[in-house]
Design a protein around this ligand. Structure first.
Ligand code: NIG
Length: 430
């Protein structure tokens, strides 16, 4: 595509982003080894018409007549322009605070000790059940605001803190309402198999049967795009997940799985067998699991913040996954336990330091591959005719994004063609 490509329309741009050091589209050709480049377009400007990207190229070659008095300008002031970030794994709707667990881990208390002291996923389930939809919305909105400030324009959100029919529907309805209350696009996932609530401790089969009835209600109401399961010792077995997720797939949901996080459990192989869109966590994935993901075309989702916060000894093998040809996405995993932060920028740095990714790969992980982990090809890249979700960064180099750990790099966020955030504090080109 040449810089003069436009969508054939002569209607003026509504917004022109100009003055970028480069526009990184993440829209290069597919490659078999997942070694995609960031596809820097020779250009420094993006013309937007309504919700869509209409033109990308050098400002000196702007198509005549498309910039008029009605066109709004956004000056990148020498920063990079990149696609809006796609954060493909979060548990952002919850109540309660579990900072105490962070303190306990600093005293070497393990997961069993944390559960005994009243913490863990189930404590969030109790806190979340106690809140109504409005209260959960009030709690989630500032988290979404912080994610947006870090450049997230599309976010996957799981249920999994309700675990009764009514509470899971409540959570997914909250996600739906949140989608229309703020700019970030939300992609809902039904996560029934997150933890076994104590009232079902002696009746796993009963809990799973209720899950199936809840699944049917979720599908009837059109509340989720994906179904998910936490496959782990102490959570759910591969057999339980296989049966439940096969039913979810039959009912039209796509699949994603939490696998091989705390122990090697052939979870990646299960994700591959089920044709999941993504396999998430993967700290303990085996070489056979990696090969299975590559063969089945499953996208890996790494969340180094959780590995760090849980003080786990092993980080997911990002480099080995990439070398095997598995696309590697990165996600924040926002939740009150293992990832109590909306700072997706931190994940970029940690992925380079601890998962063996390069800064370019880390950026692809929150753009192109983040979108692929949601089965999306429209977002996570910039292309003419695609949604105008983009970031103006306060840096000129991709490496800066990962090197400056946890810094908020987004100087402006454009969502659906609208400037939804301008940061006046910091985020300046060095
Ligand atoms: O993705 N692994 C399971 N679920 C979450 C943790 C949620 C929680 O601790 O509340 C995760 O890390």
């Amino acid at each position: 595509m040449s810089s003069s490509d436009i969508d054939g329309d002569s209607v003026p741009f509504t917004l022109l982003v100009r003055g970028a050091s480069a526009v990184l589209t993440a829209d290069g050709p597919e490659s078999s080894d997942a070694g995609l480049t960031l596809a820097s377009r020779a250009g420094d400007a993006v013309g937007i018409r309504g919700h869509e990207v209409a033109w990308i190229g050098p400002e000196t070659a702007l198509p005549h007549g498309l910039v008029t008095r009605g066109t709004e300008f956004l000056d990148a002031e020498g920063g990079l322009v990149v696609p809006g970030f796609v954060d493909c794994h979060s548990h952002v709707v919850f109540a309660g605070d579990r900072s105490e667990e962070f303190a306990l881990r600093s005293l070497d208390v393990d997961a069993v000790g944390i559960t005994r002291s009243g913490g863990g996923i189930i404590s969030t389930v109790f806190a979340t059940r106690a809140k109504d939809e409005d209260a959960l919305i009030r709690l989630a909105l500032p988290r979404l605001e912080r994610l947006l400030a870090h450049g997230v324009t599309t976010l996957e959100v799981k249920s999994g803190y309700g675990l009764t029919l009514e509470d899971e529907l409540k959570l997914l309805r909250v996600v739906r309402r949140l989608g229309s209350l703020q700019p970030v696009t939300l992609v809902p996932t039904f996560l029934w198999m997150h933890a076994l609530p104590p009232e079902w401790a002696s009746d796993r089969a009963g809990f799973l049967a209720l899950g199936r009835r809840t699944l049917e209600a979720v599908v009837r109401e059109g509340l989720a795009e994906f179904a998910d399961a936490f496959v782990e010792q102490g959570a759910f077995t591969p057999e339980e997940a296989r049966s439940f997720l096969t039913e979810a797939k039959r009912l039209g949901l796509r699949l994603r799985l939490h696998v091989d996080q705390l122990s090697a459990g052939r979870g990646a192989e299960l994700a591959a067998e089920l044709g999941a869109v993504s396999a998430d966590h993967l700290e303990c994935v085996s070489p056979q699991g990696i090969a299975a993901l590559a063969r089945a075309g499953v996208t890996a989702v790494l969340m180094p913040v959780a590995t760090l916060v849980l003080r786990r000894p092993t980080y997911a093998p990002g480099k080995a996954l990439r070398e095997a040809g598995v696309p590697v996405a990165l996600a924040s995993n926002v939740n009150p336990g293992s990832a109590p932060t909306e700072n997706l920028s931190l994940s970029l740095g940690l992925a380079c330091l601890l998962n063996g990714l390069t800064p370019d790969e880390a950026l692809l992980g929150v753009t192109r591959w983040g979108a692929q982990a949601l089965g999306r090809t429209d977002v996570g890249r910039l292309k003419v005719g695609g949604p105008a979700d983009l970031l103006v960064l306060g840096c000129r180099e991709v490496a800066h994004l990962s090197a400056h750990l946890g810094v908020r790099h987004a100087r402006a966020v454009v969502k659906g063609g609208r400037v939804v955030l301008r940061a006046n504090d910091g985020a300046r080109c060095p």
